[in-house]
Design a protein around this ligand. Structure first.
Ligand SMILES: Nc1ncnc2c1ncn2[C@@H]1O[C@H](COP(=O)(O)OP(=O)(O)O)[C@@H](O)[C@H]1O
Ligand SMILES: [Mg+2]
Length: 242
């Protein structure tokens, strides 16, 4: 049994078939890549897994249990965390305040047994992990794009998800910070966190992922180790249209 299973999922927006009989499995403990041309359905796949969009047909299972049609909060609570292609941090709150909002929202159960000092420690530990400690009192709106992405990553970690879905984490981020992010992903993965990562930066995907899925026109057209996928004629065709 795979940790996360997307089975024959279809989703249309009016006349646009964003997902078309798409099946993808994410194995426990692995870093799985998800690549494909713009408009191939990657973000829609994340949206249906995390409950932000309803599917037309198919099934989604997490830990063997159907989660199809559940609400985003419920799915997050079950242990599926995600980031968004465009960051969603509160600009006027400080970095630390953003962490507290996320803690209040997402770990209500835990917080019942926590005092304010434990909450504060957790928030500071996570900011330390992503290297944002020195910016903790700055308004989040003042952060660079890459720093916002690191903050959003820390915000997801407050709920200690079992699997994290990252939508273009390296997009628009400078190379130094891309390397930092890759390091954080590896560290968490060694601690047992599973990842599904959408990314156009091929160096990042090839260097990080254990296996890569390729999407084209709403469905998976190839799957395998990074080197195999890179040399797959069907994949080259999907990208280059040859
Ligand atoms: N909310 C929506 N309403 C209408 N069309 C959408 C919506 N979300 C995605 N689409 C369409 O679905 C297709 C897949 O989009 P998307 O999942 O964002 O692809 P990707 O992330 O691979 O670039 C595109 O044609 C896109 O325009
Ligand atoms: Mg997308």
């Amino acid at each position: 049994m795979s940790l996360l299973e997307v089975q024959s999922v279809s989703k249309a927006f009016g006349g646009i078939q964003a997902l078309s009989g798409c099946s993808i499995a994410v194995e426990q403990g692995m870093i799985t890549g998800l690549i494909g041309p713009n408009g191939s359905g990657k973000t829609t796949l994340f949206n249906v897994i995390t409950g932000y969009e309803r599917i037309d047909t198919g099934e989604i299972r997490f830990n063997g249990r159907a989660i199809t049609g559940e609400k985003p909060d419920k799915i997050f609570g079950l242990g599926i965390g995600r980031t968004f292609q465009l960051t969603r941090v509160f600009s006027r709150l400080t970095v630390l305040e953003n962490m507290h909002v996320a803690l209040q929202r997402n770990v209500r159960g835990l917080l019942k047994h926590w005092g304010p000092s434990q909450e504060q420690r957790q928030a500071l530990d996570l900011l330390d992990f992503v290297g944002l400690t020195r910016l903790k009192d700055a308004p989040a709106g003042n952060l660079s794009y890459g720093q916002k992405k690191l903050l959003e990553f820390a915000l997801v970690l407050v709920a200690q998800p079992q699997v994290i879905l990252l939508d273009e984490p390296a997009g628009g981020v400078n190379p130094t910070m891309v390397n930092e992010l890759a390091g954080h992903i590896r560290t968490l993965n060694k601690q047992g966190v599973t990842f599904l990562v959408v990314e156009h930066n091929m160096e990042f995907v090839m260097g990080l992922c254990d296996t890569v899925n390729v999407m084209h026109r709403g469905t998976k057209i190839a799957e395998g180790p990074p080197t195999m996928v890179r040399n797959n004629p069907g994949v080259l065709e999907a990208y280059l249209g040859v």
